[in-house]
Design a protein around this ligand. Structure first.
Ligand code: GLN
Length: 491
């Protein structure tokens, strides 16, 4: 076996390292070279070759010394630049965090490091994870490695667009993402990879730059369901530093991913997701997914999630409300950028005016508005009530089914610049992912086929709270049936 990064999954790299086919340093170097060749994708905000090579050498030393090896020992991964990393700049793709070097490490990345993973760099994203196309980054858009089409570069999706492009472009074996309303699943769909948003509370939020705290979840992005499972096991677990972290056991997710057995399972097909405007090819891949699961012995059942049509409106009140509160801390005094002014108030205004991009300012405005006296009851409180109804829809459906199957996104990857000046059209991207986030449920996107333009299309599976194991099991069955090959070649 060679250290050709274009060929390996995590599971294979693990075997190769164990067999001595290559060292962690060799594997890491191969990925650093691939990153260098693919710089035009703009997938990384910062590359950290010194950190990577040092950690790879440590891993090799552990192996040579016969030390008990860890689950990701020597595996090169990328980290979304929303996770605080000790001593390595963390920007959230915002100008306002320029120069911010955390003195601490997020729990998720600390766990990955403890598992032996090698960090190659920090990936690009939409500013503060607000977006679906990675075009709001202060560091410029990311290109989807499947593009271009008709002479135009394509978005990788967002907000975890850099992670998705890096995994699809074979610049790393896996990456971390975060998902508030679809930011792991939608870019996974656009880039033809697997992306899993765990149950709210499964992964610690400690040390992740906050967007909307009641929705944010970290999760893995990888090229196979099995790799996503391996990553998830390393990433999650109870963390006393996050009061919303769930004190639940971490099952052997890899074992679940290795059991693609769906016999006797009931798969719900939500009636309300068959929207009139749905593109023919999305509908087709969805029906194909149903057939694949039926052919393997699952039963498909139509279910109703009646409050689906309020989900986007609800999300786009709650997420900005929480964002406006979370982002109040960037005032030019404590973190990153400072633009001076004659008075303290002017310093706040100058810093925030210059430091935040247009989409972030839009969200802070909406959030402040819906939380203000007089509007709180009409918008925020109402949205919270609708959120409860949406969660109840799912709870009721899960009384009769084990998992839900839907498309991940309403389209394939679009061109960079498309939808850019029409926020509402952009927000519609999240129509299938947002309800799950509001309900706090686990969801995965699995590559299922190609659109007429030859671009990846994902299918989403949603499970009961903390039942990632079933989600992974069904995802593995879908993956097997789809026989989808993650294709993008290194440029
Ligand atoms: N696209 C959604 C938004 O813009 C979701 C982003 C996310 O999940 N971080 O808010």
């Amino acid at each position: 076996m060679s250290a050709d990064p274009g060929r390996l999954t995590i599971a294979e790299a693990r075997d190769g390292l164990a067999a001595g086919a290559f060292s962690a340093v060799e594997l890491t170097r191969a990925h650093l070279d691939a990153m260098e060749r693919a710089r035009d994708l703009n997938a990384f905000i910062i590359e950290t070759p010194e950190v990577a090579l040092a950690r790879a050498a440590e891993s090799d030393a552990r192996r040579a010394g016969g030390e008990v090896l860890r689950s990701l020992d020597g595996i090169p991964i990328a980290v979304k630049d929303l996770f605080c990393t000790e001593g390595v700049q963390t920007t959230a793709a915002s100008h306002i965090l320029e120069g911010f070097v955390p003195t601490y490490e997020s729990t998720v990345t600390a766990r990955l490091r403890a598992a032996g993973a090698v960090m190659l760099g920090k990936t690009n994203l939409d500013e503060f994870a607000m977006g679906s196309s990675n075009i709001t980054s202060f560091f410029g858009p990311v290109k989807n490695p499947w593009g271009p089409r008709n002479g135009r570069d394509l978005v990788p999706g967002g907000s975890s667009g850099g992670s998705a492009a890096a995994v699809a472009g074979r610049l790393c074996l896996a990456a971390t993402g975060t998902d508030t309303g679809g930011s792991i699943r939608q870019p996974a769909s656009f880039c033809g990879i697997v992306g899993l948003k765990p149950t709210y509370g499964r992964c610690s939020r400690w040390g992740i730059v906050a967007f909307a705290s009641s929705l944010d979840q970290a999760g893995p992005m990888a090229r196979t369901v099995r790799d996503a499972a391996i990553m998830l096991t390393a990433m999650c677990g109870h963390d006393p530093k996050d009061s919303t972290s769930a004190p639940v056991d971490v099952p052997d997710f890899e074992a679940a991913a290795l059991t693609p057995d769906v016999r006797g399972l009931k798969v719900g097909i939500p009636r309300e997701y068959r929207m009139e405007s749905m593109a023919g090819e999305i509908e087709q891949v969805w029906r194909q997914g149903e057939e694949w699961l039926r052919a393997q012995g699952a039963e498909t059942v139509e279910v109703s999630l009646p409050h689906t049509r309020y989900a986007l409106a609800t999300y786009y009140i709650i997420a900005p409300a929480e964002a406006s509160s979370n982002l109040a801390r960037y005032d030019g005094v404590r973190f990153g950028l400072r633009v001076p002014g004659a008075t303290l108030e002017e310093l706040y205004m100058n810093t925030r005016g210059e430091g935040f991009g247009a989409e972030v300012r839009r969200r802070v405005l909406i959030g402040t508005y819906v939380l203000s006296a007089g509007y709180y009851d009409a918008y925020y409180l109402k949205a919270q009530k609708v959120r409860a109804l949406i969660a109840k829809d799912f709870a009721r459906a899960f009384e009769q089914i084990d998992v839900i199957l839907t498309p991940t996104a309403p389209s394939d990857a679009f061109a960079i610049g498309e939808k850019a000046d029409d926020p509402i059209t952009m927000y519609l991207n999240d129509v299938f992912t947002v309800p799950t986030s509001l309900a706090g449920l686990p969801g995965i996107s699995v590559p299922a086929g190609l659109s007429a333009r030859g671009l990846p299309l994902g299918l989403q599976l949603v499970g009961r709270p903390f039942d990632e194991a079933t989600v992974l099991r069904v995802a593995a069955a879908l993956e097997q049936a789809a026989g989808f090959e993650a294709k993008p070649v290194l440029r």
